[in-house]
Design a protein around this ligand. Structure first.
Ligand code: PXL
Length: 274
């Protein structure tokens, strides 16, 4: 049976992050993807690529989930950008009503290119209602600093302390993505399962074409769980998947470059008639 995987997230109209990253990644892993849209993000080329987030009406979020869960059980789900507090409450309701397991909460708080924190009240509701249900949460360094209330994290030691604090918010596991934000010559991710720390290292690629890396990573972890891998194995595989995607990043428009979600499987070679 093909595994069924859901993303509850925003649409990145530029095609690299959000729902687009998730569905492309689900497909690459050979799973059947569903999506419930919470918001639509548009970027304005006439205004220096400024981002505008338009949340979807909560009732419409609910109708999407009702449609999707009509075919439950799902094997795993993830959340990304959540749009409104009501959407968060509705998502929690469906998690409870359908006893969902294998839940990845990607605590998306901002988009690349905008430093502005997206709706702090959403962060509070996500922390209260979704983190306690998470199999794993996948903050980047900035998000981990906010969730742990530690502010700027600049060392692996601080990441460890932050991971402990985040675990106290309820998720069973946490992986903090040091990425290019930590001043190291490797891309370092710290995984914590409540008893042991594991460091994952990958080459740090000198590229700016990495838009969508965070969503792609979280989506890859989600599909790993759907396929029955352990949490740690899902993270390890996701790290390799996203490293290939970053290494093969593509300049998509004059403003930014995206990870290539198909890189790990060389998807560009598929369906080429010989
Ligand atoms: O990369 C964070 C992110 C998440 N979700 C959506 C986005 C973005 C950034 O652009 O558009 C929908």
């Amino acid at each position: 049976m093909i595994k069924k995987v859901l993303t509850v997230a925003g649409s990145d109209s530029s095609g690299g992050a959000g729902i687009q990253a998730d569905l492309k990644t689900f497909e690459e892993y050979g799973t059947f993807g569903f999506s419930a849209l919470t918001s639509i993000v548009t970027m304005d080329p006439d205004e220096g690529w400024s981002h505008l987030v338009t949340p979807i009406e909560p009732d419409l979020v609910e109708r999407q989930l009702k449609t999707i869960f009509a075919g439950a059980p799902l094997d795993a789900m993830k959340t990304g950008m959540l749009g409104t507090i009501e959407a968060i409450e509705i998502t929690r309701k469906y998690i409870d009503n359908f006893s969902m397991e294998n839940i990845v909460i990607d605590p998306v708080m901002a988009c690349k290119g905008t430093s502005e924190l997206l709706q702090p009240e959403n962060v509070a509701a996500m922390t209260r209602l979704l983190l306690p249900k998470a199999t794993i949460t996948t903050p980047n360094l900035v998000e981990a600093g906010i969730l742990s209330e530690m502010g700027d994290l600049t060392s692996v030691e601080q990441m460890k302390e932050a991971a402990k604090k985040i675990l106290n918010l309820g998720p069973k596991n946490v992986v903090i993505k040091g990425g290019h934000r930590l001043n190291t010559d490797k891309a370092i991710d710290l995984f914590y399962d409540g008893s042991e720390f594991t460091i994952f290292e990958e080459e740090l690629f000198a590229t700016d074409f990495n838009h969508g890396a965070g969503c792609t990573f979280a989506a890859a972890v989600t599909t790993g769980l759907a396929k029955g891998y352990s949490v740690e194995k899902s993270v390890a595989l996701a790290k390799k998947f996203v490293a290939a995607a970053i290494k093969n990043g593509q300049k998509i428009n004059p403003f930014l470059g995206h990870v290539w979600h198909g890189a790990y499987n060389r998807a560009e070679d598929r369906m080429n008639e010989k």
